[in-house]
Structures are given as C-alpha cells and as structure tokens.
Write a protein that binds this ligand. Structure first.
Ligand SMILES: *[C@@H]1O[C@H](CO)[C@@H](O)[C@H](O)[C@H]1NC(C)=O
Ligand SMILES: *[C@@H]1O[C@H](CO)[C@@H](O)[C@H](O)[C@H]1NC(C)=O
Ligand SMILES: *[C@@H]1O[C@H](CO)[C@@H](O)[C@H](O)[C@H]1NC(C)=O
Ligand SMILES: *[C@@H]1O[C@H](CO)[C@@H](O)[C@H](O)[C@H]1NC(C)=O
Ligand SMILES: *[C@@H]1O[C@H](CO)[C@@H](O)[C@H](O)[C@H]1NC(C)=O
Ligand SMILES: *[C@@H]1O[C@H](CO)[C@@H](O)[C@H](O)[C@H]1NC(C)=O
Ligand SMILES: *[C@@H]1O[C@H](CO)[C@@H](O)[C@H](O)[C@H]1NC(C)=O
Ligand SMILES: *[C@@H]1O[C@H](CO)[C@@H](O)[C@H](O)[C@H]1NC(C)=O
Ligand SMILES: [Zn+2]
Length: 288
C-alpha cells in the first residue's frame, strides 16, 4: 500500500515536472527534421521505412518523430539517450568524457544511441538474423535523436541541464532557455512568417537546402572512414553553437526578444536543415 502510494506520487511528480524539463526540439522541430529527411530518401530507403512504420503512419515518418519523447515515461531507460552533458567549463565535446549516463555507463548518451540504433537497423538487411531488436522502435529512436543532437542545448552544460535551469522571458512569456531552443524560436518563426503553419517553414528550408546550402550538403553528410553516421561531429557542432549562440549574453532572468530571435534564427534554420539532410543520408546508407 505504502509503496503503491509512493509510486503514484512519483508518477505525478514526473508528469508535472515534464514541461520544465523537456528534452528535444518540440514537436514541430522534430516534425520539420523528419519531413526534410523523408523527401530525400532513395527508393530503397523509402520502401524499408514504410515497411517498418505502423499502418497508421505509412509514408509519414514525420508523424511519429516525437514518439521517443512520448515513451520516456514507459521506457525510463531511454530518457538519458536524448542529450549529452558537457562540463561547465568546456565548449567542446569528448566522447569518452561526456557520453555516459548519470551512473557513468559509457555510451549511454545521444551520440551512443545514434550508433546503437544505426547498428540495429543494419540487421534489417540480414535475413538470416532472427531480429533481436524491434526495428520500428530503432527507426523511431534514430529519427528522433538525430533531431535532438542537432539542438545546440541538447549538448549543453551539466550544471544548468542544457539551459533547463536558466529562467528567461521570451518576449512576454516566462520560460527556460532550453525551451526557447526546443520550441519558442520555431514557434515564433511560424507565427511571424508562416501563419503558424509548419509546412511553409519546411518548404523554405528545403529551398535553402537546394539553394544557398547546396554546396555544403555533401560536407554535412561526410563521415570519417565511410562510417554510416558520425554523431560525434554533430555533438561537437552543437556544444560549439550552444556556447557561441545559445548561452551567449544570457543570464538567469534575461529578457529575450527581437535581438536574440533575429540573431539566433539562422542557427536554428541551419541545425534543422543539417539534421534532416543527415538523417536521410543515414537511412539511405543503411537501406540503400
Ligand atoms: C502525416 O501525419 C500528420 C500528423 O499525424 C498529419 O497531419 C498529416 O496529414 C499526415 N500526412 C500524410 C501525407 O498522411
Ligand atoms: C577526452 O577525455 C578523456 C577522458 O577524460 C581524456 O583522457 C582525453 O585526453 C580527452 N581527449 C581530448 C582530445 O581532450
Ligand atoms: C540500444 O538499444 C536498446 C534497444 O532499444 C536499448 O535497450 C539500449 O539501452 C540502447 N543503448 C544505447 C546506448 O542507446
Ligand atoms: C547477421 O546475422 C548473423 C547471424 O545471426 C550475425 O552474426 C551478424 O552479426 C548479423 N549481421 C548484422 C549486420 O546484424
Ligand atoms: C515494435 O514496436 C512498436 C512500437 O512500440 C509496436 O507497435 C510493435 O508491436 C513492436 N513490434 C514487435 C514485433 O514487437
Ligand atoms: C535561476 O533562478 C532561479 C530562481 O531564482 C533558480 O531556481 C535557478 O537555480 C537559477 N538558475 C541558475 C542557473 O542559477
Ligand atoms: C533561406 O535563405 C534566405 C537567404 O539567406 C534567408 O533570408 C531565409 O531566412 C532562409 N530561410 C530559411 C528557412 O532557412
Ligand atoms: C558556398 O557558396 C557560397 C556562395 O554562394 C560561398 O559563400 C560559400 O563559401 C560556399 N561554401 C562552400 C563550403 O563551398
Ligand atoms: Zn528528445
């Protein structure tokens, strides 16, 4: 009885602490990343992704790109796979130092998870393999965490939990810095420029991917030693952008408005585009 009550209270505490301690681009950020990726899949990858998607989401990977956030409470082991904590005095990422969970288990971070789920998905090709893992879940974790690792504050400093304990005012709203990067910048962009419709934002990002960024995409997709995914590169870029843009000139209680929004939006645009392009390329390499 007592332990049941305790369990109930814990669940309530977890549920109510959720908004302040969100992990990952908000729903729209993940949707955008997967929408960009989906349109860049080659035929083989598109077919396999469709086979793995449940019936209600065929041809629609983006509709399930926030699945991994929704299952964090059931699969509590997965919650630490959405981010990476870097020491407060560092603006660079080091796998052996930083990619571990709160118990110090190596590899349990967003970067390790990308390698994990990439490897699992490779066994799809392997008909002799009597599948050890649920590859639908592997796909949904990979698609989601590829988004997260590109959100600069998902590779943030340890003591402020990637900006989750830094209170800010976003225009007239009270929030935390982490949430500004997960959602507020994206939401404000959609409200200001796209009549609050995410589709127009995706179209403009795609236009820049095939336009002004077209001479960079092969570099984004590049990986050392023909590796399928290079999550340590994505993580390094994020902590670097976190220091240079997200944390810069922000203190506890800062008021963030037009100046911050206008100067940081290009960084958000770029990270969303890179995440989408890279996710597509990874799936193309795995299934192509
Ligand atoms: C994909 O799913 C989203 C959200 O569930 C829905 O709004 C959209 O219409 C779907 N798109 C297609 C092409 O089915
Ligand atoms: C990364 O961290 C490990 C463990 O703390 C350390 O031994 C190594 O020198 C670091 N590498 C770099 C390039 O700083
Ligand atoms: C790898 O995937 C399995 C299955 O989802 C999971 O149990 C394990 O915790 C994952 N490990 C990492 C480091 O992602
Ligand atoms: C394919 O299956 C074999 C036998 O189960 C296994 O040894 C091998 O590691 C699998 N390959 C991949 C890529 O999973
Ligand atoms: C794999 O996971 C999905 C999503 O959680 C679930 O709907 C499906 O039933 C699972 N498949 C198997 C074979 O367990
Ligand atoms: C910011 O201020 C709030 C409220 O005073 C406090 O709870 C929080 O720990 C502070 N955060 C940091 C990073 O100092
Ligand atoms: C696309 O690029 C143009 C030209 O640099 C820029 O003005 C616009 O904000 C960019 N839009 C997106 C969504 O990246
Ligand atoms: C891509 O082209 C632009 C001009 O359109 C140039 O400023 C930029 O340096 C080029 N980037 C690369 C990686 O070649
Ligand atoms: Zn997440």
């Amino acid at each position: 009885m007592a332990s049941e009550l305790f369990q109930m209270i814990s669940v309530l505490l977890i549920v109510f602490s959720f908004p302040a301690l969100s992990h990952g681009w908000g729903t729209d950020g993940h949707y955008i990343v997967c929408q960009i990726a989906q349109e860049r899949l080659n035929d083989a990858a598109a077919d396999t992704v469709n086979e793995l998607l449940p019936d209600y989401a065929k041809n629609n990977l983006s509709s399930l790109c926030s699945w991994a956030d929704r299952v964090k409470f059931i699969y509590t082991w997965s919650s630490e796979l959405h981010y990476i904590d870097v020491p407060d005095d560092s603006c660079s990422y080091n796998y052996s130092r930083d990619c571990k969970d709160s118990n110090g288990v190596q590899g349990r971070c967003a970067s390790g998870a990308i390698t994990n789920y990439t490897t699992q998905l490779l066994s799809y090709r392997n008909s002799s393999d009597n599948r050890q893992y649920n590859l639908t879940q592997a796909l949904l974790f990979l698609a989601h965490i590829m988004g997260d690792i590109h959100q600069p504050l998902h590779v943030g400093h340890t003591s402020d939990k990637g900006g989750n304990t830094i209170d800010v005012h976003w225009y007239t709203t009270n929030t935390v810095l982490h949430h500004v990067w997960d959602s507020s910048i994206i939401d404000t962009t959609e409200a200001d420029f796209y009549s609050s419709d995410v589709t127009g934002y995706v179209d403009d990002l795609n236009q820049n991917i095939t336009g002004k960024w077209s001479n960079q995409t092969s570099k984004w997709q590049g990986c050392s030693r023909n590796a399928i995914a290079c999550p340590d590169i994505y993580a390094s870029e994020s902590i670097s952008a976190a220091c240079e843009w997200a944390y810069k000139d922000v203190t506890n209680g800062s008021e963030l408005g037009d100046k911050y929004f206008n100067s940081r939006l290009p960084v958000v645009d770029l990270r969303l585009a890179q995440a989408g392009v890279r996710l597509a390329e990874i799936l193309n390499r795995i299934f192509g």
